[in-house]
Write a protein that binds this ligand. Structure first.
Ligand SMILES: Nc1ncnc2c1ncn2[C@@H]1O[C@H](COP(=O)(O)OP(=O)(O)OP(=O)(O)O)[C@@H](O)[C@H]1O
Length: 350
C-alpha cells in the first residue's frame, strides 16, 4: 500500500470566479497521508475541501502542485490521469444509486462495467453486502430503503472494486443525528476491513474526531494543521483550529512572551489576577477546555451565567472577573447567578 501525497497543491478557478479577493480555492496544500490512513478534511463552508477531494479523484486538474500515489504521479499542472485509471472510488452525499436496479445490481454495477460476471460477480457482491450488513436486502430497490441503508449500498458499491483510495464527500450529511452515529461504526469497520486509504470531507468536527486517524483543518483554501485527533485536540495551532476542534473557550490573557504553551493553574491564576492591575505581559490567546475547569477553594471567583442540564452533566457558562466568558462542566447543579471559586487546571497557548 502506497502513500497519498499532495505536494503544494493549488487550484485557481480564474479571477472572475474565484472566492473573495481573487484568492485561489485551494492554496499550497501539502500533506502525506499515511498508508491505509483515514484523513478527515475539516473546515467551514467554502474553504476548499471538496475541491481538494475532486483533484484527488481526477475531476479537477490542479493549477499548481501535484498529487502522487506512491511512485505514481496522478496529477500536476501539466496533466492528469483520468479518474477511471486511478483505482479510486468516490461516495457522494446524494448516494447516486440507480433506481431501477436492485441493491445487488447497484453494488455489482462497477464489476459489470469491468467485465466481471457469473460466480466471481456473485462472490464479490455477496462479500460487499455482508460487510455493510445488507445481505437480507439484496433484492430490494433503492426506493424501498431508508437513508442509512441507501448510504450503505453506496459504500458497498465502492468497496466491490477494491479501490486503493476511497473519497467521501459529506456522506452522512443527509442523515439524522441518530443514524449518523450508527453509520460511524459502519465506516470504521469499512475502513478496517477494506484496507483502503480514505479521505473524508466533513464540517462536523465530532464526526471527524470519531472516525479519522488524521484530521486536516482547512480555512480559506489553506491547510492550517494536520494531526491525529488527540493531538489536534490537545495542541491546536492558532485561533481557527482551536475554535473549530472540540468545545472550549479562547481567553485573552496577559502572559510573558515565549513561555510554555501548556499552562498550569499557577500561571493562569497569576495572569487572571493581573488583569485587575497592570498586565504582566502582552495579551495571548489561551484555549481552555471545559473539562479543565472545576470548583476549588483556591480558585478565582466567577459568576454562573447559565447552567444547562445535558444528561450526564451540566454545561456552565461562567463570567470571569473581567467579563470574559468561560465554558465549564459540573456534575452537580449550580444555581444561575451564583458566584463561586473556579480553578482552570490547564490551558493551551494558541
Ligand atoms: N467549478 C468552480 N468554479 C468556480 N469556483 C468554484 C468551483 N468549485 C468551487 N469553487 C469555489 O471554490 C471555493 C471552495 O469550494 P469547495 O466546494 O471546495 O469548498 P468546501 O469547503 O467543500 O465547501 P462546502 O463545505 O460548502 O461544500 C468556493 O468559494 C467555491 O465557490
Amino acid at each position: 500500500m502506497a502513500q497519498l501525497i499532495l505536494n503544494h497543491l493549488s487550484k485557481d478557478f480564474g479571477s472572475g470566479k474565484s472566492p473573495g479577493n481573487g484568492r485561489p480555492a485551494v492554496a499550497d496544500v501539502s500533506l502525506t497521508l499515511r498508508r491505509q490512513g483515514f484523513l478527515a478534511l475539516l473546515g467551514p463552508s467554502g474553504c476548499g475541501k471538496t475541491t481538494v477531494l475532486r483533484m484527488i479523484a481526477g475531476f479537477e486538474q490542479p493549477s499548481d502542485g501535484s498529487i502522487s500515489y506512491g511512485e505514481r504521479r496522478l496529477s500536476d499542472a501539466g496533466g492528469a490521469l483520468p479518474p477511471e485509471k486511478r483505482n479510486m472510488a468516490m461516495v457522494f452525499q446524494s448516494y447516486a444509486l440507480w433506481p431501477h436496479m436492485t441493491v445487488a445490481q447497484n453494488v455489482g454495477y462497477p464489476l459489470k462495467v469491468r467485465g466481471i460476471s457469473g460466480a466471481q460477480w456473485q462472490k464479490r457482491v455477496g462479500e460487499a453486502l455482508s460487510l455493510v450488513k445488507l445481505t437480507e436486502l439484496a433484492e430490494r430497490r433503492p426506493a424501498a430503503l431508508s437513508g442509512g441503508q441507501r448510504q450503505r449500498v453506496a459504500l458497498a458499491r465502492c468497496l466491490v472494486t477494491q479501490p486503493d483510495v476511497v473519497l467521501l464527500d459529506e456522506p452522512l450529511a443527509n442523515l439524522d443525528q441518530h443514524l449518523r452515529k450508527a453509520m460511524e461504526e459502519t465506516f470504521r469497520t469499512f475502513h478496517e476491513r477494506s484496507g483502503a486509504t480514505m479521505v473524508y470531507v466533513t464540517h462536523d468536527q465530532a464526526e471527524a474526531m470519531a472516525l479519522a486517524t488524521d484530521v486536516a483543518v482547512m480555512s480559506e483554501g489553506r491547510l492550517l494543521q494536520v494531526a491525529p485527533p488527540a493531538e489536534i485536540y490537545a495542541r491546536p495551532e492558532g485561533r481557527v483550529v482551536g475554535g473549530l476542534i472540540g468545545r472550549g473557550s479562547i481567553l485573552r490573557l496577559p502572559l510573558a512572551e515565549n513561555g510554555d504553551r501548556q499552562l498550569g493553574w499557577p500561571v493562569l491564576r497569576a495572569s487572571l489576577g493581573s488583569r485587575d492591575g497592570v498586565p504582566v505581559g502582552p495579551l495571548a490567546d489561551v484555549l481552555v477546555r471545559p473539562e479543565h475547569v472545576h470548583r476549588g477553594t483556591d480558585g478565582v471567583l466567577m459568576r454562573v451565567l447559565s447552567s444547562v442540564f445535558e444528561g450526564e452533566r451540566f454545561a456552565l457558562d461562567l463570567a470571569l472577573p473581567d467579563g470574559q466568558r468561560l465554558k465549564a462542566f459540573s456534575s452537580v447543579a449550580i444555581a444561575e447567578g451564583q458566584t463561586a471559586p473556579f480553578v482552570i487546571a490547564g490551558g493551551w497557548r494558541l
